[in-house]
Structure formats: C-alpha cells, structure tokens
Design a protein around this ligand. Structure first.
Ligand code: AOS
Ligand code: ZN
Ligand code: ZN
Length: 388
C-alpha cells in the first residue's frame, strides 16, 4: 500500500503552481545574460513552453505575465491561445525598474509627473487583467536609496501609500493587489518596501483586496521565513508566494534546490495555517534559469514543491500535538524529521501513472523531442524575459 493515503493524494491532486513567463526567457546576472537554444521569441512561445510543464506534471495550470515584457496588441486572443493549450493567464506583474524616469523612484517619486506615470502603468496593468481574466496584480518596487541622507524615507512612505490607494481604487470586485517586499537590491541602503511588516502596514490600510506577496529569496540570511508565513496566514494577509531558492542573495534558483528543509518547514506552516489549496494564497514560482534548460528547470521546480507538500502532509498532527502538549521536545522534533526524510518519490511516480501521467515527467519531457524541436524552430530568436 502507498505511503500516501487517499486523503493526502486527493489534497495533492488539487495543487496548482503558477509559472512565471520570464522563467522561459534568457536570463543571467549583471555580468552576462546567457543564451539558450529554443528561447521563446514572444509571449505566445513562452506560454507554449509553460504549457509543456503542465502537460507532464498536471501541476502548473497558469502562467504569470509581466508588463511590458509580455505586451501584446490583443490580450483576449492571447488568453484564448493559452486556454487552447490548457493553461490560464495568471498574475500580472508590473515593471517600474527599467525606465530612465524611475531612477529616483516610481510610486514614491517626489516629482508628481513621474509618480503619475508609475500609477498609470499600474492602471494599464489592471486594464490588461480585465482582458486576460487575471485576478492578481503583483507589485514589486525597485525603489530606495544607496546612501544615508539621500532621501527622506518618511515622505516616500506617505507618497507610496497614496499611490497604492489610487491603484487599489481601480481594482474590480474580483481582483486583488499583492505587494511584494525585498530587503535590498537594487538599492543598498534603504528599500521602500523592505520587509513583510511594511508590506502588511500598506496592504492592511488599503483594504480586503490587498495582501502580501512573500518571495522566499527576499530575506536576510538566517531569517525564519516559516514564522512570517505563519504570521501572515494568521492575519489573513498572505496573498501569494514567489517560490525560489537561494544560497546568498536573491539567487532565484530552483525552489527546494538550496535548502530543501526550509521549503519543508514553509509548507508545513502553509498546511498548519490553512493556506494549502486555498484560493486566497497563490503558489507561484519566481525563478530564473540562467544555465539550465528552462522547461525541465520548471518541471523540476513544480515537482519539488509537490514532493515537499507530500512530506509535509505526512506529519502526524495528532501525535505532534500530543508531544507538544507534554513538552516532549525530542518526540515532537522526530515527528517532523521522520516526515521530512521520507522518500515520497516512488509513491508519487506510481500515483502519476495511475492518473495517466508519466511516472517520471523529466524523462518523459526529455524523450518527447520538444526541446530539439524548439531549438530548430526558433533559430535567430531575440531574448525574451529579463531585460527584453
Ligand atoms: C524581484 O526581485 C522580484 O522577485 C520580482 O517578483 C520579480 O522577480 C519580478 O517582478 C519579475 O519582474
Ligand atoms: Zn519575486
Ligand atoms: Zn526577487
């Protein structure tokens, strides 16, 4: 009998992880952007590649867009193109970090003209959401300063709140705004939304349709991220995750690659807080595949999330509660570690086969010939993604 109970399997069956369109484009660091064969030349090709991930895993039913990287003339037609491939268009990400006007800020800028330009960009993103059927607008701001004294941090917060209010006012009844925080980069002294507390303060005052986006790579080393997950779930303000992993800074590596145990602890708190398969808490990836092939990189990523979810679901909650109540430190810890060390991969492979999926999605994709096909078809393509 499988180590995964029917109850666990039916929970896993409902899991959906949104893919970032930019993960399929070329990416790199500030030193070099690497090119790979078969790189998508336009938003449709990114969506086609994302659909491959869903085809082999049944785990990735939607694709996040990034404006202006994914700008097209006809979003309704992009939407039906995606739906024909079996995926939805998901979160719309704004971009206020690649325009010369935003050198000194965007939603926080002291010049009303530039601030208005940044607000208008977000209103345009909401127009796009109307056409794509997307629910969420994700805002990540590259704003801050490099030197003490460079800016008045307090008035920037006031302008930020005012800008966010104007954007929030344009949201439809079924739409939401998620505000992502990041403790540094590209600014190195202060960042205008550096932490979950600042994001929480802004979204709490905006209202019910605003919540926090937690990118797992956006914390200082050693931060107890699962505590933040617990707290935001407790406050009803965890709107979404940007999953990825990191060794040093915002590395955007494959989720679960750098620290699988941290991913386990985070998902454990998601389960504990009722955030799993909860439409209010979107699971998204925010990754850049600099050196590895992008489609299998994304397949590996969603499988890692699924495997860690299965392990988190294996924790015996009743026994854990009893161990905690009786202050049995070692028993409580052992219950977690037993689940973490359980190899769920054979059981998941068996389950996949029972659902008509390939037991090994990585191998099935590699054998499909799709990678060779796009390499041949897309010769001479221009970079799409970061910097496009
Ligand atoms: C940047 O560091 C953030 O993680 C963003 O979520 C994301 O990478 C960006 O919005 C993609 O444009
Ligand atoms: Zn992110
Ligand atoms: Zn990031």
């Amino acid at each position: 009998m499988s180590i995964l109970t029917p109850e666990i399997l039916s929970t896993l069956e409902k899991q959906g992880i949104e893919l970032p369109s930019w993960a399929f484009g070329n990416s790199g660091t500030r030193f070099r952007v690497w090119t790979t064969e078969g790189t998508p030349r336009d938003p449709r090709e990114k969506i086609a590649d994302a659909a491959q991930v869903n085809k082999y895993t049944a785990l990735a039913p939607s694709v996040a867009l990034h404006i202006p990287w994914d700008k097209v003339d006809d979003y309704a037609s992009l939407r039906s193109y995606a739906e024909d491939l079996g995926v939805q268009l998901g979160t719309v990400n704004s971009n206020t970090f690649q325009d010369e006007d935003y050198k000194w800020g965007a939603l926080t800028h002291h010049d009303p003209r530039i601030r208005q330009k940044a607000i208008d960009h977000h209103l345009e993103c909401i127009d796009i959401m109307d056409a794509t059927g997307s629910r969420d607008l994700k805002i990540w701001l590259a704003e801050g300063s490099n030197y003490p004294g460079q800016n008045d941090m307090r008035s920037r917060q006031d302008r930020l709140q005012n800008s966010l209010q104007q954007i929030y006012a344009r949201l439809g009844d079924e739409q939401r705004l998620v505000l992502e925080y990041k403790f540094f980069e590209p600014s190195f002294y202060h960042t205008d939304v550096p932490d979950w507390g600042t994001s929480y303060a802004h979204v709490a005052s905006l209202g019910e349709k605003a919540s926090v986006c937690l990118d797992t790579g956006h914390h200082a080393p050693g931060t107890n991220i699962e505590f933040i997950v617990m707290q935001l779930l407790r406050l009803g303000k965890l709107g979404s995750f940007d999953f990825n992993s990191r060794f040093y800074a915002d590395d955007d590596l494959i989720v679960g690659a750098a620290d699988p145990f941290q991913l386990f602890r985070i998902i454990l708190e998601v389960v504990r807080g009722g955030g799993l398969n909860n439409p209010d808490v979107a699971f998204m990836l925010d990754q850049c595949h600099n050196v590895e092939d992008k489609i299998p990189g994304q397949i590996r990523s969603v499988l890692n999330v699924q495997e860690m979810t299965a392990r988190a679901l294996l924790v015996d909650r009743t026994a854990l509660d009893a161990a905690q109540q009786s202050n049995d430190v070692l028993a409580a810890n052992a219950l977690l570690m037993d689940a973490f060390y359980t190899d769920v991969r054979p059981a998941l492979a068996e389950w996949r086969e029972s659902r008509g999926l390939a037991a090994d999605p990585m191998a099935a994709y590699a054998a499909s010939g799709y990678q060779q096909q796009i390499a041949a078809d897309r010769v001479g393509g221009t970079q799409a993604g970061w910097g496009a």
